[in-house]
Ligand binder design. Structure first.
Ligand SMILES: C[S@@+](CC[C@H](N)C(=O)[O-])C[C@H]1O[C@@H](n2cnc3c(N)ncnc32)[C@H](O)[C@@H]1O
Length: 270
């Protein structure tokens, strides 16, 4: 019989989690009161800030579609977050019904929900790991079973490297994967951005994220570009998620302050 670790469960419910607050802001239902409180602060006190999450998620799904359209049939989604209506494997499988996806997150709540909702067949795996420990991810049996590094692979870092501090070497994490990838693989990064919007709203958003989650590193466009290392950064380069490879249906508009706070880019292994 398994031991229930009640203290660990209580501790998890008394602290907001990035994944649950993000999911709440996106309209999800799997959260606790403490997550709702933080999410309500963003949506109530910083109206419009939900666009930071919404445009991030939409750009990440466009990136998965982009990978599928260039022939990629296998993706590792790092810091995958809680499932939403559409997820990486849904996008990939519109083009490649036999596509394989590995979802990784360090939040056990995400892994439990992911296993129930995302792992719909044997070609999808969900497991708990630290993005900052890429060797443990590469060595995980599920990665070894599902990902063939002799073929192009897509690696997605959707708003997760923002939760690594400089001393955890996020660029080194990207390099670890880049060195293992076959030609024509893709790496997608979205990231909190600093240096463009120095107003009260931006400062309050940064402060609240740090206060709520104890983490959150905001980097400049140049620092984010540098994370791609020797990979070939593809057009349009690093751009606000809201404007990154927009759908045909996207309406051109002036970005609000929050839409300027998150950027993304995709790079190719030559
Ligand atoms: C803002 S959410 C983004 C979710 C998803 N990638 C997306 O773009 O829609 C960040 C996710 O990264 C996870 N995360 C944060 N730090 C992590 C780490 N060091 N290792 C693995 N996952 C992490 C969180 O639990 C959360 O699910």
């Amino acid at each position: 019989m398994r031991d229930l670790n009640i203290d660990a469960m209580r501790a998890r419910q008394s602290r907001p989690s990035v994944a649950r607050v993000y999911s709440y802001v996106l309209g999800g239902r799997d959260n606790y009161g403490v997550d709702k409180e933080v999410g309500d602060f963003f949506m109530g006190d910083l109206p419009g800030s939900e666009l930071l999450a919404i445009t991030n998620r939409q750009a990440m799904l466009r990136a998965a579609r982009n990978m599928a359209n260039v022939g990629i049939k296998q993706i590792i989604d790092m810091g995958c977050g809680l499932p939403t209506d559409v997820n990486v494997h849904d996008e990939l499988r519109k083009v490649h019904p036999d596509a394989r996806v590995v979802y990784v997150d360090n939040d056990p709540f995400v892994v439990a929900h992911g296993r129930a909702l995302l792992a719909v067949d044997d070609n999808i795996a969900v497991f708990e790991a630290e993005v900052g420990d890429p060797a443990s991810i590469a060595g995980n049996p599920e990665v070894q079973r599902l990902i063939d590094f002799d073929q192009p692979v897509g690696i997605i870092f959707g708003a997760v490297l923002s939760f690594l501090e400089d001393k955890e070497d996020p660029a080194g994490v990207v390099r670890f994967w880049a060195e293992r990838l076959a030609p024509d693989s893709r790496v997608y990064i979205s990231h909190f951005r600093t240096g463009h919007t120095q107003n009260r709203e931006a400062a309050a958003t940064e402060r609240k994220i740090l206060e709520a989650f104890g983490r959150g590193t905001w980097r400049t466009d140049a620092e984010i570009e540098a994370m791609f290392g020797d990979l070939e950064l593809l057009p349009p380069g690093v751009q606000p998620c809201a404007e990154w490879q927009p759908d045909a249906s996207a309406v051109e508009h002036e970005l609000n302050d929050y839409e300027l706070l998150i950027v993304s880019g995709i790079a190719r292994k030559a």
